[in-house]
Design a protein around this ligand. Structure first.
Ligand code: FE2
Length: 336
C-alpha cells in the first residue's frame, strides 16, 4: 500500500513540563537558547536553522507531539483529509507556516507542517576535523573555550514506547511513508516466539540520505508497564566535541540542578551514533548525538537478535560498540 504522503524531515518536538523555568534552565545547559516564553509556553532553539526545536507547554509531565515536514502544500492538504488528522491551521510560532494535527494509535500527537521559514544561517561555526592522515583542517586551530555550551544542529529523532510497536510503525508507514531500518527481536528473528522489542524507522527521501532512524518504536509492555510514554527526544550536535562539551556542562551542573545522566557517552550499534542521554529534573530523557548512519530508501530492513547480533560479547541487549552498558531505567515510565 502506498503511503498517503512521504514526509521529508522532522521539525520540532512538543513536551509538557510542570515548570517552564526549570526546563528552560535545563535546556540552556543542554545547549539551547530561549526564543519565546510566556506563562504557559516556552520555545527553544539550537544553533542550526530550525527557528525552534523544542516547544514546551506548562502542565503535567507528558510527551505531546512530533512535527514532521511535508514535501508540499498539496501533501499537507492530502494528510489533512486523512482520518485522525485535522484541518490545516496557520502556525503563529516563529517561521510561520501551516500545520495539520493528528494522533497516532497511542494518542501521541503527530503534526505535519509545511512552509516554516528556516533561519538564514547557523549561529555556530564548525571547524573541520582531521581524521588520520586525511587533512580537512590546515593552518587553522581548533578551539573551544573551556566551559563552552554544546551546540545543537537540529531536532533529529524521538523514541516512543508504543503499546504495539509493529502496529504503530505500520500506522506511520501508511500515513507518512516511514521505512523500517532495523527490527529488534529478543531472540532469533525467525522464531515466531521471539518478542519484538523495537523498530528503528527512517524517512523515505528517495535517493537522498536519511537518518537511520527518525522514530524508534519500543515496546511499552517491556519498558513502561504497558504505558505509552516518550522514550527520549534526540538532538543532533554539530560534532563530537559538542557531545563531550555537553557532557562536561551537564556533569558540572547535575548536583545543583538535579540532572541525571541516563546512559553515555558511547557509540550505538544500530544507527552508529555517538550518544549521551540526560534526564531533566522531571525525568524526561534528552539525547545528544552525532555521526549517525545515513541510508537512502534502497537499504534493506534488517531483522536482528539484539542479544547476539551486533553485540561484541553477545551478552546484553542494546550493547554499545564502546561505552557503558545500558542503564536499567532506560526508557521507563518516568519519562512521562
Ligand atoms: Fe536516540
Amino acid at each position: 500500500m502506498e503511503p498517503i504522503i512521504k514526509v521529508k524531515d522532522v521539525q520540532y518536538c512538543t513536551l509538557q513540563c510542570p515548570d517552564l523555568d526549570i526546563q528552560e534552565q535545563f535546556l540552556i545547559h543542554f545547549g539551547m537558547h530561549t526564543v519565546e516564553k510566556t506563562d504557559e509556553m516556552l520555545l527553544m532553539k539550537g544553533d542550526g536553522t530550525q527557528p525552534f526545536l523544542e516547544k514546551i507547554i506548562k502542565g503535567e509531565k507528558k510527551f505531546i507531539s512530533n512535527a514532521f515536514v511535508a514535501s508540499s502544500m498539496d501533501d499537507l492538504e492530502k494528510i489533512s483529509q486523512a482520518d485522525s488528522f485535522g484541518d490545516i491551521e496557520e502556525l503563529s510560532t516563529p517561521g510561520g507556516g501551516y500545520v495539520s494535527k493528528g494522533k497516532d494509535l497511542d494518542g501521541f500527537g503527530v503534526e505535519v507542517v509545511f512552509g516554516i521559514q528556516e533561519l538564514e544561517k547557523e549561529s555556530a561555526e564548525t571547524i573541520p576535523t582531521n581524521e588520520g592522515r586525511k587533512v580537512n583542517r590546515m593552518n587553522q586551530m581548533k578551539r573551544f573555550l573551556k566551559g563552552s555550551y554544546p551546540r545543537i544542529l537540529r531536532f533529529a529523532h524521538c523514541g516512543l514506547n508504543a503499546v504495539d510497536p509493529q502496529a504503530s510503525f505500520d500506522w506511520y508507514q501508511n500515513h507518512l511513508g516511514l521505512i523500517a531500518s532495523d527490527k529488534l527481536f529478543l531472540g532469533d528473528p525467525k522464531d515466531p516466539n521471539s518478542p519484538l522489542q523495537g523498530i528503528f524507522s527512517r524517512l523515505d527521501k528517495g535517493s537522498e540520505p536519511a537518518d537511520h532512524h527518525t522514530i524508534f518504536f519500543l515496546s511499552a509492555p517491556m519498558l513502561s508497564e504497558g504505558k505509552p510514554v516518550m522514550n527520549h527526544v534526540s538532538f543532533e550536535m554539530f560534532n563530537i566535541d559538542d557531545v563531550f562539551t555537553g557532557n562536561e556542562m551537564l556533569e558540572s551542573k547535575k548536583e545543583e540542578f538535579n540532572y541525571f545522566q541516563e546512559w553515555g557517552i558511547g557509540r550505538h550499534y544500530q544507527g552508529s551514533q555517538l550518544f549521551d542521554y540526560w534526564r531533566n529534573p522531571f525525568g524526561q530523557t534528552h539525547e545528544h548525538q552525532t555521526d549517525g548512519d545515513m541510508f537512502d530508501n534502497t537499504f534493506p530492513t534488517r531483522e536482528l537478535n539484539v542479544i547476539t547480533d551486533e553485540a561484541g560479547l553477545g551478552q546484553e541487549p542494546a550493547e554499545s560498540q564502546w561505552g557503558p552498558s545500558i542503564s536499567n531505567t532506560f526508557g521507563d515510565a518516568n519519562n512521562g
